[in-house]
Every structure is written in C-alpha cells, then in structure tokens.
Design a protein around this ligand. Sequence first.
Ligand code: COA
Length: 176
Amino acid sequence: MSPLVVRPESPQDGPRIERLLDESFGQDRQARGVYALRAPDRHIPGLAYVGVDTTGQVQGTLRFWPLQVNGQNNDQAGDPAAVLLGPIAIAKAHQGKGYAAILIQRGLSDAAAFGYGLCFLVTDTPQVYRRYAFTNAQSRFALPVDLGPKKSFLLMELKRGALSLWPDGAVLGAVA
Ligand SMILES: CC(C)(COP(=O)(O)OP(=O)(O)OC[C@H]1O[C@@H](n2cnc3c(N)ncnc32)[C@H](O)[C@@H]1OP(=O)(O)O)[C@@H](O)C(=O)NCCC(=O)NCCS
C-alpha cells in the first residue's frame, strides 16, 4: 500500500471528503448529536487536513470546528475560545499505519499556534487519543445535546491556564 502524504485541505477535496465520511460513519452521520456543534460548512479552513495517496486520491481527513463557550467566541484574553476536533477518518485500506496520529498531532499543534484555548472532542474510540493530554470534559462543561452513554466527551488545554478561564458548567455551542 502506497504511503499517504498529509497536506492542507483544498476546496476541490470537499466531495471526496464527504464520501469518505459517509463510508466511515454512515450516510445518516449528520443526525448524530455531535453535529449540533458543527455549523454546516463552518469548519476552520486553516485547520483542515487530508492524507492523499500517490494518485492524489484523498484517503484521510481531519477537520476542526470553532466552538463558543457560554455564547462567547473568545476568552478573556481575546484568544479564540475553543475548537472541536473531528471528524477524523482514514480509509480502511490505510488504517493502522499511524495516519490518524499524524493528522491529530498536526492539527493540535496548529490549533495551539492559532491561539485556541481548549480542544474538545466526542468519540466512541477514546483509545485513539490516549497519547494526548485529553481528560474527561463531562464533569466540567455542558453540551446543547445528549450524546448518549457510549460517547466519551474529552478536552485538553491548548493554552496553559485556558481551563481556569471558564466556570463549571459552561455551555459549548457551534459558532454559526
Ligand atoms: C479511528 C481511525 C481514524 C484511526 O485511524 P488510524 O490511522 O488507523 O489510526 P492510527 O494508526 O494513527 O492509530 C492511532 C492510535 O489509535 C489506536 N486505534 C486506532 N483505531 C482504533 C480503534 N478503532 N479502536 C481502538 N484504538 C484504535 C491505535 O492502536 C493507535 O494507538 P497506539 O499508537 O497506542 O497503538 C480510523 O480507524 C477510522 O477512520 N475509523 C472510522 C471512523 C472513526 O471511527 N473515526 C474516529 C471517530 S472519533
């Protein structure tokens, strides 16, 4: 299997990314609760990556979405408050080779460089994220939707001290 090259997403990747996400999560994926945190077409262009094979075909995708905390896009320091990591998907033939790890590392590093304070994610495979400093967000932040019992709701600080800027029970929302 040829290796994948990671590069920033470009507008022409959109249709292939949608197909890959449908294959990975099902065509009904947009009914999932986490989509309440993703305003349509509002993912962050500078935090969107693809893995492409030697023919240029997209075989992996990672996007991030901006989040509001308690209705605010920015924290007290004026930095963007938070991002939602995902969806992430790697085509079946390319799984288990470390590509998700490469995409996640790149995305978290770029999000921190952009000044985002917190990164959240919702997953049923928390093992994929265990190498990063994610902790349980359930006890600290509230969501506008019920995610169901099987989902892990996780967070990590991208900016030191960002967690202390928000009160317990602060509510996350999509940036429309
Ligand atoms: C989950 C997914 C993105 C992982 O991609 P990948 O490129 O195969 O992952 P990597 O090879 O980079 O593995 C990263 C780590 O996650 C672990 N991992 C990967 N897939 C896993 C799974 N389904 N369950 C548990 N752990 C998993 C790996 O063992 C590895 O951990 P390690 O380095 O400690 O051994 C891919 O399987 C996929 O697209 N699945 C369908 C869509 C999906 O479930 N997306 C994630 C939703 S949050």
